[in-house]
Design a protein around this ligand. Structure first.
Ligand SMILES: CC(C)(COP(=O)(O)OP(=O)(O)OC[C@H]1O[C@@H](n2cnc3c(N)ncnc32)[C@H](O)[C@@H]1OP(=O)(O)O)[C@@H](O)C(=O)NCCC(=O)NCCS
Length: 158
């Protein structure tokens, strides 16, 4: 069900079709769309160096129904995004995925986990709280949400 798409050397094995599937799931949830090419760029090796981005996909019947992307820095890891396709939500998939990822990252020496979430994304906030993440700070007016409006970013840590 869960498949890391980066190996321990940080090499990404997703095909262009799979990047497109991920972009399509992302677009269901966020106004600021990431194209398949934007996402692919995150994982391209640059000057022979791998990036700090890693991730996993969730598959059901060979179809991608969700994904997570992390940025790792030494013994810390930040969730860049976790998204489940709309018709697969409320089935415990993201929770299982996060538990799987946290176990794997801890085994690889990560001790601190954090993320930023919009103050208005109450579903995601409820989700992270259900996994015992706690709010550690607020970044005022962090997101531009159109028409001159902003939203605070709430930083959650584990
Ligand atoms: C947030 C998200 C990843 C949760 O995925 P999911 O697979 O539906 O979550 P789960 O079914 O594993 O939920 C686990 C727990 O999180 C909480 N939770 C999840 N969605 C919730 C919602 N809409 N409202 C309230 N609580 C919620 C609940 O405590 C739930 O446990 P319960 O089902 O026993 O009550 C999904 O809603 C999503 O993709 N949202 C859009 C993208 C996004 O905002 N990502 C996070 C910011 S990067």
């Amino acid at each position: 069900m869960f498949e890391p798409f980066t190996n321990t050397a940080g090499i990404c094995n997703l095909s262009d079709t799979q990047f497109a599937d991920i972009a399509q799931i992302h677009a269901q949830s966020f106004d600021k769309n990431w194209s398949a090419s934007n996402i692919k760029q995150m994982f391209l090796t640059k000057n022979g160096k791998t990036t700090a981005y890693i991730g996993s996909i969730v598959k059901k019947d060979a179809q991608i129904v969700g994904f997570i992307i992390w940025q790792t820095m030494f013994d810390e890891a930040e969730i860049i995004t976790v998204t489940i396709a709309k018709q697969y939500r409320h089935k415990g998939i993201a929770k299982q995925l996060l538990e799987y990822e946290l176990k794997h990252l801890k085994q690889n020496g990560v001790v601190k986990f954090f993320l930023e979430v919009s103050e208005y994304n109450i579903n995601a906030i409820a989700f992270y709280k259900s996994l015992n993440f706690t709010k550690t700070s607020i970044r005022k007016k962090y997101y531009k949400i159109g028409a001159g409006k902003t939203a605070d970013a709430h930083v959650y840590s584990l």
